[in-house]
Design a protein around this ligand. Structure first.
Ligand code: NAD
Length: 472
C-alpha cells in the first residue's frame, strides 16, 4: 500500500483579504478545540465575580464603551471597510448601532433586570417574587455582513446581565471583532469576561459544546444545525436568520419617497442586510411612476471602493458571493426577466462588485424568486390590490421584515398587521434595526427569539420564582 508523502497540515490561521481590492489585510490564529474549551473555562471562572457586581457598576462599563466607540470611530470604520469592502457610510451603521445599543442598555438595563413581585397564592400569607439570573457563559456566533455590530452588539446586553461572553465571529471578518474586544478591555473589562475564538464553522460547533446559551446570527441552513446542537445539550438559544423581505407600495403612496425608501432598504450595505428589501409589490395605479423613480435613483448610485464618504455602494463580501448574486441576475435574465436598472457584474472595479439591479418579470422558475439573494438585487411586481400584495408577500418561507407605503393610513396599518413578519416598517424600510426599544427578530425560517428591548437582555437570564410563606 502506498503512503502519502505528507499528511495535510491543519489550517492554523485565517488570512483576511479586502474583497474590494484582493489585498491581504491581516491574519488571525484559528482556535483549536482545546483553545475553545479553555476560553470557556476562563470565562466561567471570571463570571461569578462579575455577576456579583451591581448592575449599576456593569452599566458604567457600557457607558464608557459608548463614548470610546464614538471617539475611535475612524479606526473602527477603517477596520470594517478593509475586511468587508463595504462603503464607509455603511460601516458607519455598524458603529452607530453598537454605540446606540450600549447607551440604550446602560440606561434601561437596570430596570429590565430588577425582577418583580408576583401575585401571591394566598393573599396575606404567601408572597411571590421573580428574579433574573445570568446563565453563566454566553456563546455568540456572528456573520460577516455587519462585522462590528453583529459581533459586539448582542454581547453588550449579555455582559450587562452578568454573563461572560465567548464570541466566534465570521471567518471572513475576524478583525472587527478583535478590535471590539480591545476597546471593551480598554474600558476596564476583565480580559476573561469577553473572549474571541477565531475560525470557521467547526469552531462555532465546538463553542456550542461548552457554553450555557448560544446566540446565533447567520444563514437559515446553519441556524438549523445550531438548533440541533443546542437542543442536544438542552441549552437555550436564539436564531437570527435570513430573509426575503417584501415591500408593498399601495394607491396614494408618495412614490418619490417610496423610491428613496427602496434605495435605503434594498441597496444599503450592498444589499447584504438580513432585513433588506428583495421584493416589491406595487399597486397598478402607482406602478409606472414608482418604477421610473426607483430605476432613476438606482442608476444614480455611485459604486466603488473609497475610504471617504463619497460613494453609495461598495463591494460584496467575496468573489464567491458576487458569483452567487450575479448568478441570480443571469438566471433571471436568461429566463425572461427584464432589467430596469443595473444587471452587470463590475470586474473593472474589483473582484466582487455587482451593480445595483432592479428586475421586472421575475417568475417562480427563477432562483431569485424565493431564495435569499443577499445582494443589491430587487424584483418588482405589479399587483391589483392590497389583498394580492399581502398574499404574495406572505408566500415565502421567510418572515423577517417588511415595508408598507400607501396613501390611506388605515389600509396601511391593516396591511402591516396581516404580514407574517417579525417587524414591518410603515413608510420606512430598515428603521427597525435602530429602534432599540422594540423587539427585532423573525418568524418562520427567519429565526427564533428576539434582540433589542426588554426581551433582548432578559433572554440572557433565567427566571427564578421565589415564593414564601409569610406566616412563619
Ligand atoms: P453563515 O450561516 O454561513 O455563518 C454564520 C456564522 O456561523 C459564521 O461565524 C460561521 O463560521 C458559523 N458557522 C458555520 N457553520 C457552523 C456550524 N455548523 N455550527 C456553528 N457555527 C457555524 O452566514 P453568513 O454567510 O456569515 O451570513 C449571512 C446570513 O446571515 C444571511 O442569510 C443573512 O440573512 C443572515 N443574517 C441574519 C441576521 C438577522 O438578524 N436575522 C443578521 C445578519 C445576517
Amino acid at each position: 500500500m502506498s503512503m502519502p508523502l505528507s499528511t495535510p497540515v491543519a489550517e492554523r490561521e485565517l488570512e483576511v483579504r479586502n474583497p474590494a481590492t484582493g489585498e491581504r489585510v491581516g491574519s488571525v490564529p484559528i482556535a483549536s478545540p482545546a483553545d475553545v474549551e479553555a476560553a470557556v473555562a476562563r470565562a466561567r471562572a471570571a463570571q461569578t465575580q462579575w455577576a456579583n457586581q451591581s448592575v449599576t457598576e456593569r452599566a458604567a462599563l457600557l457607558r464608557r464603551y459608548h463614548d470610546l466607540v464614538l471617539d475611535r470611530s475612524d479606526d473602527i470604520l477603517d477596520t470594517i471597510q478593509k475586511e468587508s469592502g463595504k462603503a464607509r457610510r455603511d460601516a458607519l451603521l455598524d458603529v452607530l448601532s453598537v454605540a446606540g445599543t450600549a447607551r440604550y442598555y446602560a440606561v434601561r438595563g437596570k430596570r429590565f433586570l430588577a425582577g418583580h413581585r408576583g401575585r401571591a397564592a394566598a393573599f396575606g400569607i404567601t408572597s411571590a417574587r421573580v428574579v433574573y439570573k445570568p446563565f453563566g457563559v454566553v456563546g455568540i456566533i456572528s456573520p460577516w455582513n455587519f462585522p462590528f455590530l453583529l459581533a459586539i452588539g448582542d454581547a453588550l446586553p449579555a455582559l450587562l446581565a452578568g454573563n461572560a461572553v465567548v464570541l466566534k465571529p465570521s471567518e471572513l471578518t475576524p478583525l472587527s471583532a478583535e478590535l471590539g474586544r480591545r476597546l471593551l478591555l480598554e474600558c476596564g473589562l476583565d480580559a476573561d469576561l469577553f473572549q474571541v475564538v477565531q475560525g470557521r464553522g467547526e469552531v462555532g460547533s465546538e463553542l456550542i459544546r461548552h457554553v450555557d446559551y448560544i446566540g446565533f446570527t447567520g444563514g437559515t441552513a446553519t441556524g438549523r444545525k445550531v438548533a440541533l446542537a443546542a437542543s442536544e445539550r438542552l441549552i437555550p438559544f436564539s436564531l437570527e436568520l435570513g430573509g426575503k423581505n417584501p415591500m408593498i407600495v399601495l394607491d396614494g403612496a408618495p412614490v418619490e419617497k417610496a423610491a428613496m425608501g427602496l434605495i435605503a432598504g434594498g441597496y444599503n450595505n450592498t444589499g447584504q442586510t438580513c432585513i433588506a428589501i428583495e421584493r416589491v409589490y406595487v399597486q397598478d395605479s402607482v406602478y409606472e411612476p414608482f418604477v421610473k423613480a426607483a430605476a432613476a435613483r438606482i442608476k444614480g448610485l455611485k459604486l466603488g471602493y473609497s475610504s471617504g464618504f463619497d460613494l453609495d455602494m461598495g463591494s460584496l463580501i467575496s468573489e464567491a458571493h458576487a458569483a452567487k448574486v450575479s448568478g441570480h441576475i443571469d438566471d433571471a435574465v436568461a429566463k425572461g426577466a427584464e432589467v430596469l436598472a443595473g444587471g452587470h457584474r463590475r470586474s473593472d472595479l474589483g473582484p466582487a462588485f455587482v451593480e445595483p439591479t432592479l428586475l421586472a418579470g421575475v417568475t417562480p422558475s427563477m432562483k431569485m424568486f424565493k431564495d435569499e439573494t443577499f445582494g443589491p438585487v430587487v424584483a418588482v411586481y405589479r399587483v391589483r390590490d392590497a389583498d394580492e400584495a399581502v398574499r404574495l408577500a406572505n408566500d415565502s418561507d421567510y418572515g423577517l421584515n417588511a415595508s408598507v407605503w400607501g396613501g390611506d393610513g388605515r389600509v396601511v396599518r391593516e396591511v402591516s398587521r396581516r404580514l407574517e413578519t417579525g417587524s414591518t416598517g410603515i413608510n420606512s424600510t430598515l428603521v427597525i434595526y435602530h429602534s432599540f426599544d422594540v423587539p427585532m427578530g423573525g418568524v418562520k425560517a427567519s429565526g427564533l427569539g428576539r434582540r433589542h428591548g426588554r426581551h433582548g437582555i432578559l433572554r440572557y437570564t433565567q427566571e427564578q420564582s421565589i415564593v414564601r410563606s409569610t406566616t412563619v
